[in-house]
Design a protein around this ligand. Structure first.
Ligand code: SF4
Ligand code: URA
Length: 254
């Protein structure tokens, strides 16, 4: 596949951004050989060939997630639970890390804690959470089969969307959680998580329906349960998304 300079630029930006997210120390771009050398925080080096889109994606997908820094989710939690890296730290009641099976093949990612989650310290326990439980039940999952987390660990005031800089500050935590859990599938709930993780401005409706890739995991996007509570019309599409997710889950975990 031939890649136009603009595409290479876009792909490089994306590759570099995801490397920064996961704590890469140094990135060397050699224009003459069209190679991108990535010196990772664990001392290892990856070299990406940026001459071909297919190869670039292939290499990013198999190389970026890397090994976790911590031994367990508990050890990671202990280290970060008093975080004050962004202003949301000051206004939270409880830090909302995530719940579920630490070895889940499927991870759901929401936006950020709401009022109930902030009080309890657990994601998706309010009205939207109850609906998420029903959705899970419909595809024969319980909270113990999967893992649930959010883009930001602390509640944005008045339930506003988390700001890009807040998600930026919090994203190394999410990446480390994904490194520890190593899911095969990720379901992104709603526009905020979808556009941020897939690094796109494409509307949610257009991101639905096909699998995307995030650091080696297959990603399906669907409506946020809070949106479903407001707009009944999304129910049918969400049901279709969940059927697709379940079918793929059965395939990849067989
Ligand atoms: Fe830290 Fe994330 Fe909470 Fe901000 S939202 S204070 S980065 S844990
Ligand atoms: N909405 C989210 O995105 N996450 C929660 O944990 C609760 C509501």
């Amino acid at each position: 596949m031939n890649t136009k300079p603009d595409d290479i630029h876009r792909l490089l930006k994306k590759a570099v951004k995801s490397q920064i997210d996961i704590g890469t120390k140094e990135i060397i771009i050699n224009r003459n050989s069209a190679k991108l050398q990535i010196n990772k925080c664990d001392g290892q080096t990856d070299v990406l060939n940026v001459a071909s889109e297919a190869e670039l994606f292939n290499q990013i997908n198999t190389s970026t997630l890397g090994e976790p820094e911590f031994d367990s989710l508990e050890a990671h939690y202990d280290k970060i639970c008093n975080c004050q890296k962004c202003p949301l730290g000051k206004t939270r009641n409880k830090f909302v890390y995530g719940v579920g099976n630490p070895h889940a093949d499927l991870v759901f990612i929401g936006e950020g804690p709401g009022r109930d989650e902030d009080l309890k310290g657990e994601p998706f326990v309010g009205r939207a959470g109850k609906l998420l439980d029903k959705i899970l039940e419909a595809i024969k999952f319980t909270r113990d089969d999967i893992y649930i987390l959010n883009m930001v660990k602390c509640r944005p005031p008045e339930n506003r969307d988390p700001l890009p800089e807040e998600m930026e500050a919090c994203s190394p935590y999410l990446i480390e959680q994904l490194r520890l859990i190593k899911p095969k599938l990720i379901c992104l709930l709603g526009r905020v998580a979808a556009q941020r993780l897939l690094d796109t401005k494409t509307p949610l409706g257009k991101l639905r329906g096909t699998f995307h890739n995030f650091m080696g995991a297959e990603v399906l996007v669907t409506y946020h349960p809070a949106a479903l509570l407001r707009f009944q019309a999304y129910k049918r599409d969400t049901w279709e998304d969940m059927q697709k997710l379940k079918a793929r889950y059965d395939e990849v975990t067989r």
